[in-house]
Design a binder for this molecule. Structure first.
Ligand SMILES: CC(C)(COP(=O)(O)OP(=O)(O)O)[C@@H](O)C(=O)NCCC(N)=O
Length: 460
């Protein structure tokens, strides 16, 4: 109950020691942290919300002492620098939320770091579900994120290669965490860690046996344009005897496993770390690229078509010739609006099996997809989350691939199209800065060509 919450908070969230005694006060008993963790875990979702609201509101920054110190700092502007630095340090110290010390103490007990990762996952869920709009909860998230970013910095992470000889419990987790191309069975899993494949994970000493982020790589002759050739059933090759068949590394799946570590950028660090690992194993390897899904393209396209239809601008999206071909190919009853015929057509996956329909739709869907990835933005950044991820890493939007994922899911999500985000190693830091600061998307001639075809057709 509420009193229980107030009682435990008052007892375990020690007041901030005074500035003078800040380094002298003994740490509170470990039992405080354990009691807090135990109590929190016993709460249901609703009680956790009110508990975290109390924690962040009543045990955060002492705003009164901060404002007094801010005034004092203003008064000292004319004083000598040493005094100013002293008052600034005092102000900095008083800006520490009271609960931050508790979080630090929790990180030092067994299972404490994992507890805080899961606690931040709860806080992120509260924020994203808008269960609370409290600025204190956002502050708590900021404090947790900055602590976790320190503890999970790349120097403290361990790169682990997962093979068929790895412990079952790790292989089981790799299979369970695979978010992009679900693992079907043992044979499938065995192939993904077998010849011409690599599977790497970052782990952390504070969370033993827990892969934090997992990257699946295919070693190929050149950059793959199709996912079935990577994850489809085929006899596992005996061994990697043919090294000069290995010139490229294809990142075909990456998944972070801890919701509470969102924003800590583990995926980006893992890709860069794995590139270095592969370069030392295959010194001649020069091609590094993803083969990425395009989640959201089909639904975006359906929305675009219905919007154009409402505005009577359906014809803008395709050329006269293309509309005629769509109408002939779908032998849609006369009078049906061509744009409706097209919506119905791409609403199912039959068109993929028809050679004629595929030929008609390829130029149309490829240029629409290029615009979706390159032109559609959210707050200036790529609307598509996977594009945004790789562009933040400094990858180049390099090649759109037709019939790249012919699985039902691939056709339903992105009309079977996939994209290579290519990592030109000497360009990634420049491209990343360009994208993050000036929102410039670096793309290849193929992509830019498709985009300009879209713009010509749609007079956008
Ligand atoms: C793509 C991933 C791995 C990026 O994670 P990460 O590098 O930690 O980014 P962030 O969460 O720090 O922004 C993550 O967003 C994820 O697991 N997405 C779902 C699966 C996928 N690959 O889209």
């Amino acid at each position: 109950g509420v009193t229980g919450m107030e009682e435990i908070l008052a007892r375990v969230v020690a007041p901030l020691p005074t500035y003078e005694t800040r380094d002298k006060s003994p740490p509170p008993p470990e039992s405080n942290s354990l009691d807090f963790m135990h109590f929190y875990k016993s709460l249901d979702k609703e009680d956790r919300l009110s508990f975290l609201t109390k924690l962040s509101q009543d045990f955060g920054v002492d705003h009164k002492s901060v404002s007094e110190l801010a005034v004092k700092l203003l008064d000292t502007q004319l004083r000598d620098l040493a005094t100013i630095l002293q008052v600034e340090d005092r102000l900095r110290y008083n800006l520490t939320p009271r609960y931050k010390q508790l979080l630090n103490h929790i990180s030092r007990v067994e299972g404490g770091v994992k507890f805080l990762v899961d606690l931040r996952a709860d806080v992120l869920e509260i924020i994203s579900s808008k269960a609370s709009e409290s600025p204190h909860i956002k502050d708590l998230n900021g404090t947790l994120k900055s602590l976790l970013s320190e503890w999970f910095s790349v120097g403290l992470l361990r790169l682990e290669r997962i093979t068929w000889q790895s412990p079952c419990e790790i292989l089981q987790k790799i299979s369970q965490y695979e978010a992009v191309h679900p693992v079907r069975n043992w044979t499938d899993l065995k192939r993904r860690v077998g010849p011409y494949r690599r599977c790497y994970a970052f782990t952390h000493a504070a969370m033993p046996g827990e892969p934090l982020v997992v990257l699946h790589v295919a070693l190929t002759e050149d950059i793959s344009d199709n996912i079935q050739s990577i994850v489809r059933e085929f006899a596992t090759l005996h061994s990697e005897e043919d090294v000069n068949k290995i010139n490229a590394a294809i990142f075909y799946s990456i998944s972070s496993t801890q919701a509470g570590l969102q924003g800590v950028e583990l995926g980006n660090y893992l890709i860069k770390r794995v590139v270095r690992e592969l370069q030392s194993e295959f010194p001649h390897m020069a091609q590094f690229s993803s083969l990425s899904p395009i989640p959201g393209f089909s639904s975006w396209l359906q929305g675009l078509l219905s919007q154009y239809r409402k505005e009577g601008r359906g014809s803008d999206l395709l050329s006269e010739q293309e509309w005629r071909e769509v109408e002939q190919a779908t032998d849609s009853p006369s009078g049906t609006l061509a744009v409706d015929a097209l919506r119905k057509l791409i609403g199912t996956s039959e068109w993929l099996r028809s050679e004629r329909l595929s030929r008609v739709l390829e130029p149309v869907l490829m240029r629409l997809c290029a615009w979706y990835l390159y032109g559609e933005k959210r707050r200036g950044y790529a609307l598509n989350p996977v594009a945004n991820f790789h562009l933040q890493n400094g990858a180049t939007m390099w090649r759109l691939n037709w019939h790249a994922d012919t699985s039902p899911r691939g056709v339903a999500n992105s009309c079977g199209i996939m994209v290579n985000y290519r990592y030109f190693l000497s360009e990634t830091s420049k491209n990343s800065a360009l994208y993050l600061q000036s929102k410039v998307v670096v793309a290849s001639e193929q992509v830019l060509g498709l985009v300009s075809q879209f713009q010509k057709n749609s007079k956008l």
